[in-house]
Design a protein around this ligand. Structure first.
Ligand SMILES: [Zn+2]
Length: 142
């Protein structure tokens, strides 16, 4: 019943990766990985990986630089909660009660509130910082 034909199982597709720092294509398996804390990193479906980001670099030097950059970024719990909420919302396009949302996101209602406020703040901040395309900035000349 066992099929032990040599070569049947060794399909080692050469995976290409991109250095997260310099963007170089790494196709010779010399890339190096690390796991960093990142409050905006939300796993597609497994919450135990939330807040952790896998980074890949072309060299130990670039990996060190990436780790330094992530260490400088603040870990914001509201940001993490907002991501957890967004993941649950995606599964409920028809809408969901705040209690059910909290339960599915493994948060309490206060945390859901904080996450939603964070999301709304970020949502509002974007056009405020980067503009919405036009350069006629208001007509409040007084
Ligand atoms: Zn690099």
């Amino acid at each position: 019943m066992t099929d032990s034909e040599p070569g049947a199982g060794d399909r080692e597709d050469p995976l290409t990766e991109l250095c997260d720092l310099c963007g170089v294509v790494i196709s010779d398996s010399t890339e190096v990985y690390s796991l960093v804390r990142d409050s905006s990193a939300i796993h597609a479906h497994d919450s135990q990986f939330d807040g952790k980001r896998m980074i890949v670099a072309c060299s130990p030097e670039h990996l060190d630089e990436l780790i330094r950059q992530f260490k400088r970024r603040p870990f914001v719990e509201d940001d993490l909660w907002a991501g957890k909420i967004a993941r649950v919302m995606q599964q409920h396009p028809e809408g969901i009660s705040v209690e059910a949302l909290a339960e599915e996101a493994s948060l309490n209602v206060a945390e859901v509130g904080a996450g939603v406020r964070w999301h709304n703040r970020e949502f509002l901040r974007w056009p405020a910082e980067f503009g919405e395309g036009g350069d006629d900035r208001g007509d409040d000349d007084r």
